[in-house]
Ligand binder design. Structure first.
Ligand SMILES: *C/C=C(C)/C=C/C=C(C)/C=C/C1=C(C)CCCC1(C)C
Length: 243
C-alpha cells in the first residue's frame, strides 16, 4: 500500500486531518463526561457526543478520500450533515422539552434542515448550473430554522424553561445565525453560480479547495461548540439543583 504524505502546502488535507482529530477528541470528552452527568442531562450530552462521533468517522474517511484522489468528498460531507444537523435539532427539542416542547416542533426543525441540505446537495452536485436557485431555496429553509430559534417556538419555550435554558438557547442561536452562515459562504465559493453570478474563485479546483477548507472550519466550530454549550448548560443546571 502506498503511503500518502500530506504536503506542507496542502491546506485542504491538513484541515481534514485536524478536523478528524478534533472530532475524535471531543467525542471522547463528551462520552467520558456522561459518568459525571445527572440523569436529566445525560441524553443531551450523549447526543453532543454522537454528533462529534459521527463527524469523526466521516472525517476519517473524507481525509483519506481527499488525500488519495485530490477530490472534494461532497457525497460523504452531505451524508455526515444529513445525520448530524437533525441531531442538533434534537438538542433544541431536548432542552425545551422540560417546558413542554411537542414532537411537532422537532419535526418542523428536522424537515427544514432536510430541505436545506437536500437542495444544497442538488445545487452542488446534481444541477450545478442552477446552483444559485438551489442555494436560495436552501437559504429560505435555513432562515426558517433561524426564525424558530430566535423568535419562534424554540425561543418561547426556552424562556418558559428558565434563565439557564434561555441563556444557552441564545448562545446556540448565535451558532445557528453566525456559525451556520459560514456554510453558504463555502457554497458560494465552490459552485459555478457564485454569489448571484459573481464568481469569487475562477479556477474550479481552487474553488472546490476553498469550499472544503471553509466547510471544515465551520464543522469544527459548530459541532464541537454546539456540544460544549449543551455540556455547560448541564453543568450549570446540575450545580443549581444540588445547591
Ligand atoms: C455539522 C454540520 C452543520 C451544522 C451543517 C450545516 C449546514 C448548513 C447550515 C448549510 C447551509 C446551506 C445554505 C444555507 C445555502 C447553500 C447550501 C448549504 C447547504 C451549504
Amino acid at each position: 500500500m502506498e503511503h500518502l504524505k500530506i504536503a506542507s502546502d496542502n491546506y485542504v488535507a491538513f484541515t481534514f486531518f485536524i478536523g478528524t482529530m478534533a472530532m475524535m477528541a471531543a467525542s471522547v470528552f463528551f462520552f467520558l463526561e456522561l459518568n459525571n452527568t445527572s440523569k436529566r442531562w445525560r441524553t443531551s450530552v450523549l447526543v453532543s457526543g454522537l454528533i462529534t462521533f459521527i463527524a469523526a468517522v466521516h472525517y476519517y474517511y473524507m481525509r483519506s478520500y481527499n488525500l488519495e484522489t485530490g477530490e472534494s468528498p461532497t457525497f460523504f460531507r452531505y451524508v455526515d450533515w444529513i445525520l448530524t444537523v437533525p441531531l442538533m435539532c434534537v438538542e433544541f427539542y431536548l432542552i425545551t422539552k422540560k417546558a413542554g416542547a411537542k414532537i411537532g416542533l422537532l419535526w418542523k426543525l428536522i424537515s427544514a434542515s432536510l430541505v436545506m441540505l437536500v437542495t444544497g446537495y442538488v445545487g452542488e452536485v446534481l444541477d450545478r448550473d442552477s446552483s444559485v436557485l438551489w442555494g436560495v431555496i436552501s437559504g429560505i429553509a435555513y432562515f426558517y430554522i433561524v426564525y424558530l430559534v430566535w423568535f419562534g417556538e424554540v425561543s418561547k419555550l426556552a424562556q418558559e424553561a428558565g434563565a439557564q435554558v434561555t441563556k444557552a438557547t441564545k448562545i446556540l442561536g448565535w451558532f445557528v445565525l453566525v456559525g451556520w452562515a459560514i456554510y453558504p459562504l463555502g457554497y458560494i465559493l465552490g459552485t459555478p453560480g457564485g454569489l448571484f453570478g459573481f464568481q469569487l474563485v475562477q479556477d474550479t479546483a481552487a474553488a472546490l479547495n476553498a469550499m472544503d477548507i471553509v466547510y471544515n472550519i465551520a464543522d469544527a466550530i459548530n459541532k464541537i461548540g454546539f456540544g460544549l454549550v449543551i455540556y455547560a448548560l448541564s453543568r450549570m443546571d446540575d450545580a443549581t439543583v444540588k445547591a
